[in-house]
Design a protein. Structure first.
Length: 123
């Protein structure tokens, strides 16, 4: 699986505030500390309407290839799915971020399908 786009390295103040930075083919998510926190990935599930968390960050990812990968730092493949090219919604949520120094914070990544390309539907 060849899905290792370069992570954005020049984060703006806006990127830090919204907890993600965008690059070609990548959304880099920012937990509250530099350790590798616990992350649960929810593939194509809807986030419950009564879902409680410390923050929510939303982004869109255009996928032109056939794979989406979730990587830890540095480039540790945590999970992946084969997909049709299209646009995907990414929702990043954080929990217990006040416990980040004790490494007890944790995060959820929700990946949803916004649209598939016309080309991909005819494959």
């Amino acid at each position: 699986m060849d899905i290792k786009p370069l992570a954005p390295c020049n984060w703006t103040d806006e990127d830090v505030d919204r907890r993600f930075a965008l690059g070609p083919g990548i959304i880099a998510l920012s937990p509250c500390n530099d350790m590798t926190p616990a992350i649960t990935v929810h593939w194509f599930d809807n986030m419950p309407s009564d879902y409680k968390c410390d923050f929510i960050a939303n982004a869109k990812l255009v996928v032109s290839g056939e794979n989406i990968g979730i990587f830890g730092w540095p480039w540790e493949l945590m999970d992946s799915k084969k997909v049709f090219p299209g646009t995907f919604s990414i929702t990043f949520t954080g929990h217990d971020i006040h416990l980040a120094e004790q490494e007890k914070d944790y995060y959820d990544v929700w990946i949803g399908i916004d649209s598939y390309s016309i080309y991909s539907r005819r494959r």
